[in-house]
Design a protein around this ligand. Structure first.
Ligand code: ZN
Length: 428
């Protein structure tokens, strides 16, 4: 069999040896036989396509509109968004999202789950994103979550907007129980969202307990409802920052139930590192979910970007690796195997949460690949390394020429590449 492309000397995640990757008919193939094109990767790290499990595309690139968030707080962000939302149009949403989809593609992201605010009687943002999902076609896969930013029972007509969103083609049903007016509304909103998903054969992804309030305990309701409705494997809980503040006995029981229900978890370090702990005097809590404990219990935890230049988070360029870099510090995941786990949290783990089939680096998998300008996971994270190539179905869909730096040293100009020798994993 002849190959369309042969990638020579690639370094796969956790591998110490280099290997060749063949590509034929858009899929990964044995690296044998003639190849129409050969690229020597010289030891570059190659992973499957990155997966973004949590972003709010409808709000991207709105920072400063109609006014900047002066405190940086969640609540000022929500107030500003409620003003900005009035000027949304389908075309304006699509124009902003198109820009960020290109950024994601350049960063190696080929699968995206976006929450979309449906607290809008006209559902403008959702209409725009449903159109875009179609227009993007085979280039990227987009899942849309019907996300009731202002609550299902705390916003006029919330229930019917959620139903409409599901009928319009939202792939996933969302919720925000901790933001509802009462505890009872919150519980009811979870039951409603789960039943709506069960009825329409959809998945569930709920913003859950995104607060520092240790009395916010909706995750246990999600676990119980998942078990009751038989939705195991189709339900994701996002944020769950209150878990940081629970007592250890409660957290232990909760994590066991999360595992039993088979919930997927998504943590969003960029937003939550700046939004949580805002009511604390010193010491200030980190306000993050218990990532290490969840992972140790065998729970599937993924890493999301959440915001790109919106009222809640003014920075970012839609690169999951930047979010992973922050999580190294914020969750103290600096151990060697933890750095490798962080790569799973932007690739294989969110692929499982999103239900993506045929994903990976085995022969026969789609050749959706990312080539990093770095020899190892550690170097890629350390340098937030550029993506030299991104491949979709075996075709190169993005190229980055890494920058070249020189220093003048002892009167001579020398190149600097910020790498220790030729790579750090095996001291090659
Ligand atoms: Zn979010």
């Amino acid at each position: 069999m002849s190959l369309d492309l042969l990638l020579r000397r690639a370094r796969l995640p956790r591998a110490s040896r280099l290997q060749d990757i063949g590509i034929a008919s858009g899929r990964i193939a044995a690296p044998a036989g003639e190849a129409r094109e050969v690229i020597d990767l010289d030891g570059s790290l190659v992973t499957p396509a990155l997966v973004e499990p949590h972003i709010h595309l409808d709000a991207v690139l709105t920072a400063g509109e109609p006014r900047p968030n002066m405190t940086g707080s969640l609540f000022e962000g929500i107030a500003i968004w409620s003003e900005r939302v009035k000027s949304l149009t389908v075309e304006e949403v699509k124009a902003r999202v198109r820009t960020v989809l290109r950024w994601q593609l350049a960063n190696g992201v080929l699968h995206v789950r976006s929450h979309v605010d449906v607290c809008d009687p006209e559902l403008r943002a959702l209409r725009g994103l449903v159109e875009l999902r179609q227009e993007v076609g085979d280039q990227m896969d987009i899942q849309l979550v019907a996300f009731p930013q202002q609550g299902i029972y705390s916003f006029d007509g919330g229930e019917s907007l959620m139903r409409k969103a599901a009928e319009m083609g939202a792939d996933v049903v969302g919720g925000i129980p901790h933001f509802e007016l009462t505890r009872e509304y919150g519980e009811r909103s979870i039951r409603f969202a789960m039943e709506l998903a069960a009825e329409h054969g959809r998945m569930v992804d709920i913003h859950c307990d995104e607060t520092d309030d240790d009395q916010s305990r909706f995750l246990e309701v999600m676990a119980a409802e998942t078990i009751r409705l038989g939705l195991t494997g189709r339900v994701t809980a996002s944020h769950t920052t209150a878990m940081h503040s629970y007592n250890n006995a409660y957290a232990y029981r909760l994590i066991n139930n999360v595992k039993r229900a088979g919930l997927h978890m998504v943590t969003n370090p960029l937003d939550n590192s700046v939004l949580q702990g805002r009511f604390d005097s010193y010491p200030i809590r980190r306000g993050h979910t218990r990532i290490k404990e969840l992972l140790a219990a065998g729970v599937n935890v993924s890493l999301g970007h959440d915001s790109v230049m919106d009222p809640w988070y003014p920075l970012g360029y839609a690169d999951p690796l930047q979010a992973a870099f922050v999580l190294v510090h914020f969750a103290q995941m600096s151990g060697q195997s933890e750095l490798e786990t962080l790569f799973d949290m932007i690739t294989t783990r969110p692929a499982e949460a999103l239900g993506i089939s045929n994903y990976g680096l085995s022969e026969g998998d789609p050749a959706d690949l990312v080539v990093f300008a770095a020899p190892s996971e550690m170097d890629a994270l350390r340098l937030i390394a550029p993506r030299r190539f991104v491949l979709r179905g075996g075709r190169i869909v993005s190229r980055t020429q890494p920058g070249q730096t020189t220093v003048t040293w002892d009167g001579k100009e020398e190149p600097v590449d910020f790498l220790k020798g030729k790579g750090t994993r095996d001291g090659r």
